[in-house]
Design a protein around this ligand. Structure first.
Ligand SMILES: *[C@@H]1O[C@H](CO)[C@@H](O)[C@H](O)[C@H]1NC(C)=O
Ligand SMILES: *[C@@H]1O[C@H](CO)[C@@H](O)[C@H](O)[C@H]1NC(C)=O
Ligand SMILES: *[C@@H]1O[C@H](CO)[C@@H](O)[C@H](O)[C@H]1NC(C)=O
Length: 530
């Protein structure tokens, strides 16, 4: 029995040796003989070496590019919606021009009529334009679908290849499949934070309206007024397709170590600045924060009502947050500096001097404008529109909302042109903050008495910004849109309304927001992108 067993084993052993020898010879022969290799179908060859794989990957690139073109076209069409100009007009400005209300009011009427006339014809024009574009798109869309189909086929081939790769069990197979997947996937689209919904959130607000005395103007702190409803403080924005990082002051400061964030714009920009200061500090007093205004040319001249801005530094992380007042984002220049009553050249196409001088020191820039674009304010401030360095004579541009469009395009183009020089700079244009006057304007009995959050809607699903000027200007540039218009549009209960401290009796502020409140959300969305 025993001997028989051993004999069998010996036979087996020699058999195994022969098989091994044969295999070795076969493999050696395979590699050396080109004829044998050529007999194998090309798809299998794919997984014998990475260099062939790369060839295959390269083939997929043009397809991606073509599909991208299609996407670009789609975006272009979407942006073509008419909406935003409707909300232009004279705002209440609780500080800047509150004493000039009489002067402003007489101008509003004519401004309104002029605007409405133009708006109607523009709407028609755009409608026509849109139809033509849509027809074009249909053609392109077919193209794109064909490309997608081709791409799908490609993916199938890859899947097959992947399976073959696995069965071969080679290390290369894994690598090549990974590579293929990476290259064929169209890049993940950047999340659109403007799409989403408001939800009740009892973790809000991030600071108390009773606190934050260091940074929060009492005129915007509704907790300090007679207002008794505060449901507007307890809501959060939930983007539809992106996870929004929870705001934390310490995280913000860490991310902004040795950096400077600047808000440049009107009083709504100032609200966002105050909101951010309160969010970072949680509304707690901070004795370590230092005023660094002079480093940015921000000083209060004798006789000025208030400084042109504020700049504060958190020494622990060397982080600077500043706000600079520029209500129209135009450069303003006294025409006759020796005359105290001089007119000012309002250079529609020239960035504010502050930006030209200090942009090199900024790491994050948030621009905004909008509500100061009305004839009343221009007249009250003695601003004379200039274009190309000379008084504007083009009557079409003189129309307020067109002039604003010129400036929005001009400032965004200019910032974009600076980006290559300052690769560390992230630039945002914050879209217009909506107003909610009902039954009149700010000075003709308009009001906003709602107290229930989200009662006029809570969801925003549109793919394009409601601020068409801003979206048009930012498109194709490195300046990102901080698109808060539509999401703020459904928050009519969040304004100062009749409780504003500075508004005269009967005058409501349905432009500025209670803080804590809606501008906190703008900062959360900003935080998610820096
Ligand atoms: C290859 O992929 C298989 C299946 O995904 C995995 O189990 C294996 O660990 C991978 N091998 C290498 C070398 O990455
Ligand atoms: C603070 O940051 C700035 C850059 O924003 C840098 O130039 C400066 O040296 C930093 N200061 C300290 C004390 O690290
Ligand atoms: C706004 O300005 C841009 C650039 O000058 C121009 O292309 C666009 O047509 C303007 N939009 C309107 C609505 O006039």
């Amino acid at each position: 029995m025993k001997g028989c067993f051993y004999g069998l084993k010996g036979k087996h052993l020699s058999l195994v040796t022969i098989v091994l020898l044969c295999t070795t010879i076969l493999i050696w022969g395979w590699k050396k003989t080109p004829i044998l290799t050529n007999l194998v179908p090309p798809q299998t060859r794919l997984h014998l070496g990475p260099e062939i794989t790369d060839d295959f990957v390269d083939n997929t690139v043009p397809l991606e590019q073509e599909i991208d073109v299609g996407k670009g076209v789609a975006t272009f069409v979407q942006k073509d919606t008419v909406k935003e100009e409707v909300r232009l007009g004279a705002p209440p400005d609780s500080e800047q021009n509150s004493d000039k209300s009489e002067e402003i009011s007489s101008d509003i009427a004519s401004n309104q009529v002029e605007k409405n006339g133009i708006l109607t014809s523009v709407s028609k024009e755009r409608e026509k334009h849109k139809q033509v574009q849509e027809a074009e798109i249909d053609g392109k869309a077919v193209d794109v679908r064909q490309k997608e189909k081709a791409d799908e086929n490609n993916a199938d081939v890859q899947k097959q290849n992947g399976e073959i790769g696995t069965s071969l069990g080679s290390t290369y197979a894994n690598t090549s499949v990974d590579k293929l997947t990476t290259h064929t996937q169209t890049p993940a689209p950047v999340c659109n934070y403007a799409k989403g919904k408001w939800v009740v959130d009892h973790k809000k607000p991030l600071y108390s309206g009773h606190g934050c005395k260091q940074w929060l103007s009492s005129m915007w702190s509704c907790r300090k007024t007679q207002r008794t409803d505060f449901a507007y403080e307890k809501v959060s924005w939930q983007p539809k397709d992106c996870q929004m990082e929870e705001f934390e002051g310490s995280k913000f400061l860490k991310r902004m170590q040795h950096k400077t964030l600047a808000f440049v714009g009107d009083s709504l920009g100032r609200q966002q600045f105050q909101s951010l200061m309160c969010m970072i500090t949680g509304g707690k007093e901070r004795h370590d924060v230092i005023d660094v205004g002079p480093e940015y040319g921000i000083v209060q001249a004798r006789g000025d009502l208030r400084p042109g801005g504020w700049a504060y530094r958190f020494p622990s992380t060397n982080t600077t947050i500043l706000y600079y007042w520029s209500s129209t984002l135009c450069d303003l220049e006294p025409i006759d500096p020796s005359n105290p009553a001089t007119d000012y050249a309002m250079h529609l196409d020239r960035p504010p001097a502050f930006l030209r001088q200090y942009i090199h020191k900024l790491n994050v820039l948030v621009l905004n404008t909008g509500h100061h674009w009305n004839r009343g304010k221009l007249k009250a401030n003695r601003w004379v529109m200039h274009l190309g360095g000379v008084p504007n004579t083009d009557r079409k541009i003189a129309v307020i909302w067109k002039a604003k469009n010129v400036t929005v395009h001009s400032i965004i183009n200019w910032v974009n042109s600076q980006l290559p020089k300052y690769p560390g700079l992230k630039a945002f244009y914050r879209t217009i903050s909506p107003r909610h006057f009902v039954g009149g304007e700010w000075n003709t009995g308009g009001s906003c008495d709602n107290t229930t959050p989200m009662s006029i809607g809570k969801e925003v699903l549109q793919d394009v910004s409601s601020d068409t000027d801003a979206a048009g200007a930012a498109k194709g540039t490195g300046v990102k849109l901080l698109d808060i218009t539509a999401l703020s549009q459904v928050r009519d209960e969040g304004h100062m309304s009749r409780f504003s401290i500075t508004a005269k009796p009967g005058v409501q502020d349905c432009l500025h927001w209670c803080l804590p409140g809606v501008p906190d959300t703008w900062n959360e969305i900003l935080f998610a992108q820096i």
